[in-house]
Design a protein around this ligand. Structure first.
Ligand code: HEC
Length: 138
């Protein structure tokens, strides 16, 4: 106000007051009390795929044999001229439907067919997948 009294005749006084008013408003709005805390969205729930299923999908088994093992995977066009077993139906296995026989097929593959040997897989992984396939049998 002392400042204002210094310019009593100033025709721009009204603008000066207005400017001071705006400045005070800005300063008030900058006070930390007015800060709205930023709410971070909660993290999405963790998805864990059980180990055997992950092995079955990651190694590409599902792409030929189907996610449910019914022989209708996404690569069915590649296998149109080939025999594809239905893991759900025990009678369609020709190399044995026991856990041991399935593990052996995975390990050695079936020569001359699209079923390649998965000899690079660890025994623990092969056993887990064999167990998973056996559980599909009805
Ligand atoms: C590129 C396609 C393809 C992929 C990938 C594939 N398979 Fe196969 N699989 C076949 C075909 C085709 C057969 C049947 C071969 C034949 O006997 O003519 C077969 C046969 C089998 C059999 C023998 C079934 C029987 O008749 O006794 C088992 C078990 C098997 N696959 C498991 C697996 C597992 C486990 C994986 C993944 C680690 C896998 N396959 C990946 C195509 C595939």
């Amino acid at each position: 106000m002392i400042l204002l009294q210094n310019f009593p005749e100033n025709p721009f006084r009204i603008f000066y007051i207005f400017f001071l008013f705006i400045l005070v408003q800005i300063l008030i709005s900058c006070s930390p009390e007015n800060e709205v805390p930023i709410k971070e969205p909660p993290p999405p729930p963790a998805v864990t795929i059980p180990f055997p299923e992950a092995m079955y999908v990651q190694n590409g088994c599902a792409s030929c044999h189907g996610r449910e093992g019914n022989g209708r995977g996404t690569r069915s066009s590649l296998l149109s001229n080939s025999r594809v077993p239905n893991f759900q139906d025990k009678s369609t296995y020709i190399y044995g439907s026991s856990k041991e026989a399935i593990a052996k097929t995975i390990q050695n593959g079936i020569p001359g067919t699209y079923m390649k040997a998965y000899s690079h897989m660890r025994k623990k992984e092969i056993d887990a997948v064999a167990n998973y396939i056996q559980k599909m049998q009805k």
